[in-house]
Design a protein around this ligand. Structure first.
Ligand SMILES: C[S@@+](CC[C@H](N)C(=O)[O-])C[C@H]1O[C@@H](n2cnc3c(N)ncnc32)[C@H](O)[C@@H]1O
Length: 278
């Protein structure tokens, strides 16, 4: 079948009929967009969860908990998502279930020894929501929450050229002082500005119960995992934000290769996140 397609393509190119391929591609695109929009409209009637790329009818009681809704609102207040307007879940492109995963495992960390760490904080959408959800100042019991980021986007000191060019203009639209002030009312927060992995040893971390990796780049993510894995306590969780997301296959491949060498397996969550319980 592929051979026939290739031959047909060659004939069309030979006789200057490339426009036929372009028309075909445009028709496919229009049909695809139409079907996707139809699916979203239908999902609103037949499924009670339909956000980002996840449509399902599983129990989502967490979305009705006041603490969850409030934490979600806090996340949106530091970094609004396209489509979010006055608390309307269905218009928002930032999936509630994604946040719920990180909130759940950060809460679990409170039952364990060890600090919380995030590599890739940006404006602090996840971390602010976590601090609010677990009522950090009263529950932390001397734990610290370490937040690592360049606060300037990806770095060519570690990320490869493909990743750098994909995110050339990303993560540069804020000032660090605003981010710092968002965290100022919380105790035990350490914001470490620098390039992961080179910045990691600036913090004196010996035990970790929750690690969130979200740098959108394969090499620093593998390096961060390599650094923190030996520090993870039993029952702790490593959550990878983009592991199973479309467009992040390079991260998945690199993380899987690392895990294979080190006898670990990453579980793909239907939210697109990845998970290791240590
Ligand atoms: C997708 S954003 C993180 C989003 C954040 N977790 C949230 O909840 O909104 C990716 C972040 O990773 C940071 N980053 C990318 N490569 C990095 C590296 N090698 N060292 C430190 N930070 C890095 C970027 O600056 C950017 O802020």
């Amino acid at each position: 079948m592929k051979n026939i397609k290739d031959k047909l393509k060659k004939i069309l190119i030979k006789y200057n009929l490339v426009f036929v391929i372009k028309i075909k591609q445009s028709i496919y695109r229009i049909i695809n967009n139409f079907l996707r929009k139809l699916l979203i409209i239908l999902a609103k009637y037949f499924y009670h969860y339909h956000m980002e790329h996840l449509i399902c009818n599983y129990n989502n009681d967490f979305m009705h908990e006041i603490n969850f809704v409030d934490s979600y609102e806090k996340a949106m207040s530091v970094d609004p998502s396209p489509g979010w307007s006055s608390g309307r879940w269905e218009t928002n492109q930032f999936g509630a279930w994604i946040l719920y995963t990180t909130l759940h495992f950060s809460k679990n960390a409170l039952t364990l020894e060890g600090d919380l760490v995030e590599c890739g904080t940006y404006k602090g959408r996840h971390s602010i929501a976590i601090l609010n959800y677990i009522d950090w100042n009263t529950s932390r019991n001397k734990k610290k929450f370490y937040l690592f980021d360049t606060f300037e986007g990806l770095s060519n000191k570690i990320s490869d050229n493909d990743d750098i060019s994909s995110y050339e203009h990303a993560y540069k639209d804020y000032d660090l002082e605003t981010v710092q002030s968002n965290f100022s009312k919380y105790d035990g927060i350490e914001i470490i500005k620098g390039v992961v992995p080179f910045s990691l040893n600036q913090a004196d971390i010996t035990k970790v119960s929750f690690l969130h990796i979200d740098m959108n780049s394969a090499k620093p993510e593998v390096e961060a995992l390599d650094y923190f894995l030996p520090l993870m306590v039993k029952g702790g969780a490593v959550v990878f934000d983009d592991y199973g997301q479309i467009g992040h296959e390079k991260q998945k491949k690199a993380l899987d290769a690392y895990c294979k060498q080190h006898g670990k397996l990453i579980y793909t969550i239907p939210t697109g996140q990845g998970l290791i319980i240590t």
